[in-house]
Design a protein around this ligand. Structure first.
Ligand code: GLN
Length: 489
């Protein structure tokens, strides 16, 4: 039986002939079938995955050469376009939408030899924290089927957690890669805003949305990141900065750790927000283990400093004002004229036509957000809400830059609790939103952030540590992450 460890280990096996891309694809197709009940996949591309695997096997036989992601089996969140396949944003609105082109990030994966095995279930239009808002029904956490996998990239997290593929792409507007990674016990990276092209990604809130990577180890994240990051003529919001080789730099750091008896060469300066660790919503057990972990870092020679951060309680409202405003605009195109579902009913006029299509196409959470967004943008309330929230965002950014003058890394919990049970928060949207308290900060400020699977709760569920560095410092974030994971024992 195939045991997946990492892309590098898999590539060794491909080279020495102990496995083939086709055998591996068959293995994952069986895994997906066996785990249908988890509901992680919306669609499985059996035919194209098999064809691609056999083509890649022939290429190895002919040239002996491997592409950077040769035969790497990857699942993509159901908001990323892949030409000729259905991309529905897990919404009735786009139930029959066949992507007319391929998202740049997905194209880069394909060009690097990856095999796209299917689309992954998520909250409708990536709005949610539990995957309970999908039109295909919830995804189950593989560690406890009564608990949510997190959201909105719940399928992307469970596909890695339950070994249904090697790596997945998700999207992170306010934590949708990191929080499900935290709930499922895997790694989840949200890169800097502008690091990866979003061409071909169905937009939720454009000044926040980023594609992110979920995997079971850090080198895989580095390799996939360097493959999909960088300038793209189809997306002018991508930074024109060179993309470092994250992967090779990571392996180097590994050696440093072992040569130095488990100590990093340079002592690092970590900051954490006092208000974050003192927050009443934080599970006391998570708080205690975090503080103990900080002590461990100190014993290893690093400094860990509590900094005051009086904005903490403003960040969730700021996030929900700005993202719903952007969503109400982005989703206005789904009206049944050019995009979206068209209902077969007699209507008196155009507005009734829109109302029918949008009422039938959108689920209740998406409707709630469109209404909220339209409200905060409306003439009488624009300044009180939207302008104010933009000012807070600007201030947050300034404060963050000040913090990074003195510190290398900010640490925090990824989420205030471990994975909760289905239905636990569905009656109270505000409670659900407040669970985003630790993740939305990185989206508001555009900085990269990662959730590292470090802790286990006495309730049997895993939870993560979140690390954040300054913009475009993914390389140091990944290096520090190796160190942080190393200290988990
Ligand atoms: N939970 C957040 C929300 O509901 C995050 C969503 C996301 O990152 N796509 O908006």
């Amino acid at each position: 039986m195939f045991e997946y460890e990492s892309i590098a280990a898999y590539h060794k096996e491909l080279k020495n002939g102990s496995t083939t891309c086709s055998a591996v694809v068959e293995f994952y197709l069986q895994q997906i079938t066996r785990n249908r009940h988890l509901n992680a996949f919306v669609e499985v591309f059996e035919l194209s995955a098999r064809e691609e695997a056999s083509r890649l096997d022939k290429e190895i036989a002919a040239t002996g050469h491997l592409l950077p992601l040769h035969g790497v089996v990857i699942g993509i969140k159901d908001v990323l376009c892949y030409k000729g396949f259905r991309t529905s944003a897990s919404s009735r609105m786009l139930e029959n939408f066949i992507a007319p082109y391929t998202a740049s990030a997905v194209q880069k994966l394909l060009d690097a030899g990856a095999i796209i095995i299917g689309t992954l279930n998520c909250d409708e239009f990536a709005m949610g924290s539990s995957n309970e808002n999908s039109c295909y029904g919830p995804v189950l956490n593989a560690l406890d089927n009564n608990r949510v996998p997190g959201g909105s990239s719940g399928g992307s997290a469970v596909a890695v957690q339950a070994k249904l593929c090697m790596v997945t792409l998700g999207t992170d507007t306010g934590g949708s890669v990191r929080q499900p990674a935290d709930f499922c016990g895997i790694f989840g990276l949200k890169p800097t805003y502008g690091r990866i092209s979003r061409y071909g990604l169905i937009a939720y809130a454009s000044s926040f949305d980023q594609i992110g990577i979920l995997a079971n180890n850090l080198p895989d994240i580095g390799l996939v990141l360097e493959t999909i990051a960088g300038a793209d003529e189809f997306d002018s919001t991508v930074a024109d900065r060179p993309v470092p080789s994250y992967f090779s730099n990571l392996s180097g750091f590994d050696a440093d750790i072992s040569n130095n008896g488990g100590k990093s060469l340079e002592p690092l300066k970590f900051a954490y927000f006092k208000e974050a660790v003192e927050h009443p919503s934080l599970d006391p057990e998570i708080k205690t283990s975090l503080l103990n972990y900080f002590e461990r870092l100190r014993r290893e020679g690093h400094t860990v400093t509590a900094v005051d951060f009086s904005y903490l309680d403003y960040i969730v409202p700021t996030y929900y004002i700005l993202t719903t405003a952007e969503a109400s605009s982005n989703l206005s195109r789904f009206d049944g004229v050019r995009y979206g579902r068209r209902e077969d009913v007699k209507v008196a006029d155009l507005s009734e036509f829109y109302a029918h299509n949008r009422s039938a196409g959108f689920g209740s959470e998406v409707k709630r957000r469109i209404m909220l967004g339209s409200f905060v943008l409306s003439a009488g309330y624009y300044d009180a809400y939207f302008t104010k929230a933009q000012q807070v965002r600007r201030e947050l950014y300034k404060q963050t830059q000040l913090i990074f003058k003195d510190f290398d890394v900010i640490l925090s919990p990824t989420a205030p609790t471990t994975a909760f049970r289905f239905g636990e928060k569905t009656d109270d949207p505000i409670e659900m939103y407040l669970g985003d308290i630790y993740t939305v900060f990185a989206n508001l400020t555009g900085i990269p952030a990662i959730s590292l699977p470090i802790f286990w709760h006495s309730n049997g569920m895993p939870y993560g540590l979140q690390a954040m560095t300054n913009r475009f410092e993914e390389l140091s974030l990944l290096k520090v992450s190796e160190l942080l994971v190393h200290y988990k024992n």
